[in-house]
Design a protein around this ligand. Sequence first.
Ligand code: 9UX
Length: 67
Amino acid sequence: MKVYVSGMTCMHCKKTVERLFSQIDGVEKVEVDLATKIANIKSTKNISKEALEKSLEDTAYKVEKVE
Ligand code: 9UX
């Protein structure tokens, strides 16, 4: 799945979002493309938008769209 995340500007942002999304149950692999602001997630089950939002709730990043 593809997740559009706003607020990321640097490599640290990328790493933080990748780490937080990786901690969600069922997520196997996360790769953030800083240029497009898209996090590509490989998972064993469907990850809800709510779960993604919750993982970023204490950060400056925001889930904009999930495809
Ligand atoms: Mo540095 Mo990336 O504060 O937000 S982690 S720009």
